[in-house]
Design a protein around this ligand. Structure first.
Ligand code: MBD
Ligand code: FE
Length: 306
């Protein structure tokens, strides 16, 4: 079939058959995607078996709750960031900490505190380095923002995230810190290890077919919001990790690479109430003022909450 025949067929089946209320946007999207699918089947000369294997794949990936992971791995989530960057540039929005993908592992409802939070439950303190993360939330002119909501989440020593990994305590390595009167936030936690896709999972299954790995560098996720400012979704990725610029989810970006500095000074160690050397990362955040002409940075997607 050629494109015109496909278009006519899809219209006959999915538009001309309407007898009830039509959601015009959904109709437009469905017609386009079904037509493009038929066209791809033509162009690639897919067999019926291949088409059914594809549908079965989505069934399995959905059942495994891996479609969010697949979106990250195939670059769909990063592509949405590039589109958002482009829309911002067109609207004249400049500056601020760069955005990068949320990923599929956020959980709403983490404990909230002002200025400081201890994020880890202490079970890995002897196993991996302690990490202090500190930073200041400002606007793009450097004016401090007090009362910003800094939501932070990251993985443990095995690259696993609490809630999804039921062996961890509730909200382990997940906190909300409100910036203090100096715009400052401090998190005491453990140094995360990079994530790897479940080796027997549906995402890794496709990555294997593509000859790709499913690893991310060590990283820490952020949502930062404050009244009058655009919500920021970002992460820092840690310098020195072998996957820093080889991230299967394409989240590492210029401006989002953090260096973990070794702190061995005894006085510094004592000041933090510790008994061993620790790592320190500074991650300052610049928020952009809300503006009417720019598209919203709020993304409505299904998220876990506990
Ligand atoms: C992660 O930790 C992550 O950040 C992404 C984007 C995908 C899978 C696991
Ligand atoms: Fe992550």
């Amino acid at each position: 079939m050629n494109r015109q025949e496909i278009n006519e067929l899809v219209k006959k089946m999915n538009v001309d058959t309407a007898t009830g209320d039509v959601d015009a946007r959904v109709q437009q999207v469905v017609v386009r995607l079904v037509s493009d699918l038929f066209q791809a089947i033509e162009d690639l000369d897919l067999s019926a078996t291949e088409v059914w294997k594809g549908l079965e794949y989505f069934t399995d990936a959905g059942k495994a709750n891996e479609l969010g992971l697949l979106a990250a791995g195939l670059g769909l989530e990063h592509y949405l960031d590039l589109r958002a960057d482009e829309a911002d540039a067109k609207a004249g929005v400049l500056g601020g900490t760069p955005r990068t993908i949320e990923g599929p592992l956020y959980v709403a409802g983490a404990p909230e505190s002002v200025g400081f939070a201890r994020m880890d439950d202490g079970t890995e303190t002897d196993k991996i380095p302690t990490l202090f993360i500190e930073g200041t939330v400002t606007d793009t002119d450097g004016n401090i923002i007090e009362g910003a909501k800094v939501e932070i989440w990251h993985a443990n020593s095995l690259g696993n995230y609490s809630f999804f990994d039921k062996s961890q305590s509730d909200f382990n390595l997940r906190r909300t810190i409100i910036s203090d009167q100096d715009g400052h936030y401090t998190a005491q936690t453990t140094l995360p290890v990079g994530y790897g896709c479940p080796p027997e999972g549906t995402t890794q299954f496709v990555l294997d077919k593509l000859g790709r790995h499913g690893n991310r560098p060590s990283h820490v996720h952020y949502f930062v919001s404050a009244p009058g400012y655009r919500k920021l979704t970002t992460q820092f990725n840690i310098e020195g990790d072998q996957y820093l610029w080889d991230d299967f989810a394409f989240a590492t970006r210029d401006g989002l690479v953090a260096t973990a500095i070794d702190i061995t000074d005894e006085a510094e160690i004592a000041r933090r109430g510790l008994n061993k050397a620790f790592k320190h990362i500074t991650f300052n955040i610049q928020l952009v003022k809300e503006q009417v002409q720019a598209p919203s940075t709020e993304v409505d997607r299904r998220r876990a909450s506990a």
